[in-house]
Design a protein around this ligand. Structure first.
Ligand code: SF4
Length: 338
């Protein structure tokens, strides 16, 4: 018999499961805190629960935590991990240390079906959704788990295409009985699937990052097919209408491609799209996969964009490339999986 995993269950679900055998909510919280905070891999080691409950759990459940099968270390300290599920789904996770801020970039799907032409993961195809347990496992089963300060759901996959598991993961990441991250330190990235974004805004307090690539719909849809069905302007309208609290951040990821989307015309349109909205802009270098006809904008051009956005009252920053030498940088995941 394949045992059900405890990882991926909320405190409410755990309470319901053990409640039928007469155990209470306090016991459920001892179980979830052991799994999520103490990263317990063996039910025998779960503390503060009655012996009878431990026996019942051992008989019917496993913790469900599983370690990565491979890792690669970049010259800049970034580490890329490969996970394989019991059914053989492969996905990558990236640990990015940066002084006191240590970020883990997790995948939400094995591969992706969005087909964005600038992204290597698209070429790997779609191999299945990840469960909430498989998403959370990428945070707690890394050797560096105790040092993680920020989580970004920006790895392989489109989070809004696996929204129920993503929402559940955000709930586990930010709950006191779970990993206790502040929602300000958890960011979900999307190319923009309008119904998913709407539901995410209503049901989660975590940050949202939207991939723009071009402020012009005609151009954007040649790189991001989702634009055809879900125009980015409608998503931006949703974000602008949403009462932005200090604790929640909306940002645009703008991958900069030389001569394609780094002209003054693009800058003017970008400013008119989000000026006065409080939405931040993250400028990212483009990472060619070796077959691309495009190259990244120069640092000088990126600095020019940043400066012009900032003096126009738009918060902007330049994101450094991390882990390029091990294909762990944005847009390069799954490069070695095909
Ligand atoms: S950019 Fe994101 S949504 Fe697009 S193919 Fe890559 S992983 Fe999927």
């Amino acid at each position: 018999m394949v045992k059900k995993s405890l990882i991926g269950l909320s405190a409410e679900e755990t309470s319901k499961l053990i409640g039928v055998a007469g155990f209470n909510n306090t016991h459920a919280i001892s179980v979830t805190q052991s799994i999520y905070k103490k990263r317990t891999t063996d039910i025998e080691l779960i503390k503060k629960i009655p012996k009878k409950l431990r026996e019942m759990l051992k008989e019917n459940f496993s913790t469900g935590l599983f370690p990565p099968v491979e890792s690669e270390v970049s010259a800049d300290g970034t580490i890329k991990y490969l996970f394989r599920t019991g059914e053989g789904k492969l996905f990558e996770t990236v640990y990015i240390p940066d002084n006191k801020r240590n970020t883990v970039c997790v995948s939400t799907q094995s591969g992706c079906r969005m087909g964005c032409s600038f992204c290597v993961t698209a070429g790997y195809g779609f191999h299945g959704d990840l469960s909430a347990g498989e998403i959370i496992n990428q945070v707690i089963s890394l050797p560096e788990a105790s040092k993680v300060t920020h989580v970004v759901l920006m790895g392989m996959g489109e989070p809004m295409d696996n929204l129920d598991n993503v929402l559940k993961s955000c709930h586990i990441l930010t709950s006191e009985w779970g990993l206790s991250f502040s929602p300000r330190n958890v960011t979900v990235s999307t190319v923009g699937i309008t119904p998913g974004v709407k539901k995410f805004l209503e049901e989660s307090r975590c940050n949202l990052a939207l991939s723009l690539l071009s402020p012009f719909a005609q151009e954007r849809k040649t790189f991001i097919p989702a634009e055809l069905k879900y125009p980015v302007k409608s998503i931006l309208r949703l974000l602008k209408d949403y009462p932005l609290r200090k604790s929640r951040r909306f940002s645009l990821a703008y991958v900069m491609i030389r001569g394609f989307n780094d002209t003054d015309r693009h800058l003017t349109e970008l400013k008119s799209l989000i000026g006065g909205s409080g939405i931040r802009v993250n400028l990212l270098p483009f990472h060619p996969d070796g077959k691309d006809q495009f190259t990244s904008s120069s640092l000088e051009r990126m600095l020019y964009f940043k400066h012009d956005l900032v003096i126009s009252g738009i918060s902007a920053s330049i994101r450094k490339s991390r882990g390029i030498d091990i294909s762990a940088a944005c847009g390069l995941l799954a490069r070695n999986l095909s």
